[in-house]
Design a protein around this ligand. Structure first.
Ligand code: SF4
Length: 432
């Protein structure tokens, strides 16, 4: 079925990459009442920053982007334009190790270096082992192919119904709407396709049309997850148009957006974006978090804006060796998420993409972390630990097994402290 974008010259999808707009204002006028009863003739102009800037970020941009004011720093388009993309950009900010230097120099193709200045401000500038930095600056290990590693470990290409639309589960689809992210994670499941304009996965409005036509025809689809790339890198007009088109398909009951932008570029969550998003409810979001260092005042603001717009927020976190594979770190992250009104949802075992061995932990590490959380803290803070099965098997949940055995009519269950309790279960076979 043809779409309006094929005909309407004024359609936002025709307008190139992103609509150029002025930077959003960051100063507003606060009216301060006069102390006496005389009617105020003037108002006192008091600068109020619409987006908070943490002390670390402020010190960072004054040092590395002198002349940059808060208006630019808090403008998400400035952050996108000013991303750290090259060896020179990296060298200006980070003291690169020999390994990092060589790996960046040798890189070709998809999954380039990409770090927003905001996210770089949270990273260790001198220490190559600092967790966030490890997730975004490549090292030589990325070029080694370990056993079982694949370019497309989840077999998404195999389950692609039309370009950009993965239809694996009966009632839901994964709609890859862009190949662009604001930052590129070195462990990305879609490393084969992201950040590679003009590559074989070339995302386009024509592709969207095909996907929408497929969805209109497939009445069994009730849930669409928009991902990519990061859907929030799209300009407001395009995003509004796409969500509106999906909303018009009656059998689609709800939409989800998978995004890292509220974490790595929280300034993207503008008031106009939240106004736009709330038009398309029921809309849910999965936010990609990695480490408690990410829980800044900026991220508190982006999450609050989304939650206040009525968007249920869940998190997804990839378990990464030397980054967050520690029960204390993970507990801190999960607690911080709850404080920011984000429900810890998924903890993923790292997918075996090519060159990921230096990121992957043994599977029991994830179980150890779940064991440290479950029962020891609120149940809301415990995510589901799962492996996305290689070859397209879908998500498989793993959890510590609480069944300790059976004693006649009693099932023996182990609690979070390792103590065994008896539950009357005369008709059961579990634990035999
Ligand atoms: S933001 Fe998501 S899609 Fe983009 S590189 Fe990171 S994991 Fe991949």
């Amino acid at each position: 079925m043809g779409l309006p974008i094929a005909r309407g010259a004024s359609n936002p999808l025709r307008s190139g990459n992103q609509t150029r707009r002025k930077a959003p204002p960051i100063l507003v006028t606060d009216s301060v009442p006069q102390a006496d009863a005389t009617p105020p003739k003037e108002t006192v102009r008091k600068p109020v920053q619409l987006f908070p800037t943490g002390a670390q970020s402020r010190a960072f941009y004054r040092r590395f982007y002198p002349g940059t004011g808060p208006a630019e720093w808090n403008d998400w388009r400035w952050q996108m334009r000013t991303r750290i993309r090259t060896l020179d950009d990296l060298g200006r900010v980070f003291r690169l190790s020999a390994d990092e230097h060589a790996a960046v120099s040798n890189h070709q193709g998809s999954l380039p270096v990409g770090i927003t200045p905001y996210y770089a401000s949270l990273m260790g500038l001198k220490d190559a082992a600092e967790p966030l930095r490890r997730t975004h600056i490549m090292v030589g290990g990325e070029y080694l192919r370990g056993p079982g590693e694949e370019d497309d470990p989840l077999g998404e290409d195999h389950d692609t119904a039309v370009p950009g639309l993965v239809h694996r589960y009966p009632d839901r689809v994964l709609f890859l709407v862009t190949g662009t992210c604001s930052t590129y994670c070195r462990y990305c499941t879609r490393s084969r396709m992201v950040g590679n304009p003009g590559g074989e996965y070339g995302f386009s409005t024509r592709q969207w049309e095909q996907a929408l036509a497929y969805l209109e025809a497939h009445t069994e689809v009730r849930d669409v997850l928009l991902s990519g790339g990061d859907p929030l890198t799209l300009g407001d007009d395009k995003l509004d148009w796409l969500l509106g088109r999906l909303r018009q398909i009656k059998h689609i009951e709800f939409l989800r957006i998978g995004t890292k932008m509220p974490v790595v570029l929280p300034q993207r969550i503008t008031k106009s974006l939240t106004r736009l998003l709330r038009k398309h409810h029921p809309l849910w979001m999965s936010l990609h978090f990695t480490h408690p260092v990410e829980l800044t005042p900026e991220v508190a603001e982006s999450c609050a804006r989304l939650a206040d717009a009525g968007i249920p927020l869940g998190s997804q976190t990839v378990l990464l060796k030397g980054v967050n594979d520690d029960a204390g770190v993970m507990t801190q992250l999960m607690h911080g998420l709850l404080k920011n009104r984000v429900k810890p949802y998924y903890l993923y075992q790292c997918d075996p993409i090519r060159g990921s061995a230096h990121f992957r932990t043994p599977v029991e590490k994830g179980l150890e972390i779940i064991r440290a959380l479950r029962g020891h803290t609120t149940g809301y803070a415990t995510p589901i630990f799962c492996i996305d099965a290689p070859g397209g098997g879908g998500k498989i949940q793993l959890a510590p097994d609480p069944v300790a055995g059976r004693d006649g009519d009693f099932l023996l269950l182990r609690n979070f402290e390792g103590k065994v309790y008896r539950y009357p279960d005369p008709d059961g076979a579990l634990g035999r």
